[in-house]
Design a protein around this ligand. Structure first.
Ligand SMILES: *[C@@H]1O[C@H](CO)[C@@H](O)[C@H](O)[C@H]1NC(C)=O
Ligand SMILES: *[C@@H]1O[C@H](CO)[C@@H](O)[C@H](O)[C@H]1NC(C)=O
Length: 188
């Protein structure tokens, strides 16, 4: 992967004003130096103890949240859980519509956003938890402290596990990672 097109993810990309074409493909280096090291708001997902990547990938709570959100009672009406508890977010640029941060792991909220897209253009969505930086990583603030975000991303096509290739990336020493990734498809 080219360093100049390294990945910064999801809600973070929105917050720092990238109109990302895909949740995890903001091209930081291309945008330099605008906004480097600016603080980013704390996410709403629980903190897995120490700020290490190991703590993030092994925190059982993220799996519990994702598995719970895939239970029949929690799958939004008119949707089907296609995969759950995956470790990568969806990477499907040609079908990407938009993404935003949620305050809880809430598939219903994400489904409502999908339903609100005009012309029934939204066909599915991906919810996940992301390890994101608390500052836009830059040479002057490498590997900032992490925060943890609930993300909803909408797509114009059905999603499958085959699309969950987005396993984050390294930005100025900060490792963006995803956990608890669920995919839902809409019945039309
Ligand atoms: C959920 O995913 C995690 C990895 O993120 C894995 O360790 C765990 O075994 C999975 N749990 C289930 C029930 O699939
Ligand atoms: C999930 O989102 C729905 C729709 O926005 C809302 O009605 C519900 O209260 C939310 N649930 C939680 C636990 O936040």
């Amino acid at each position: 992967m080219k360093l100049s097109s390294i990945i910064l993810s999801a809600a973070t990309a929105v917050i720092i004003g990238f109109t990302a074409s895909q949740p995890t493909t903001a091209h930081i280096a291309d945008k330099e130096p605008i906004g480097l090291c600016i603080p980013l708001p704390e996410g709403h997902a629980p903190t897995p103890g120490p700020p290490t990547t190991h703590a993030f990938v092994t925190f059982p709570k993220y799996s519990e949240l994702a598995i719970n959100a895939a239970k029949p009672d929690n799958v939004p009406k008119n949707y089907q859980a296609q995969f759950y508890n995956a470790s990568g977010a969806t990477l499907y640029p040609s079908a990407y519509i938009i993404h935003f941060e949620m305050t809880s792991y809430n598939a219903t909220e994400c489904a409502e956003a999908c339903n609100a897209v005009a012309n029934e253009a939204c066909r599915g969505f991906n919810t996940y938890i992301e390890r994101a930086p608390t500052k836009v990583p830059g040479p002057a603030c490498p590997n900032p402290d992490p925060t943890y975000r609930f993300v909803c991303a909408l797509y114009s096509d059905v999603l499958g596990l085959k699309n969950t290739d987005n396993e984050g990336g390294l930005v100025e020493g900060f490792e963006v990672l995803e956990r608890g990734s669920n995919g839902y498809i809409r019945g039309l």
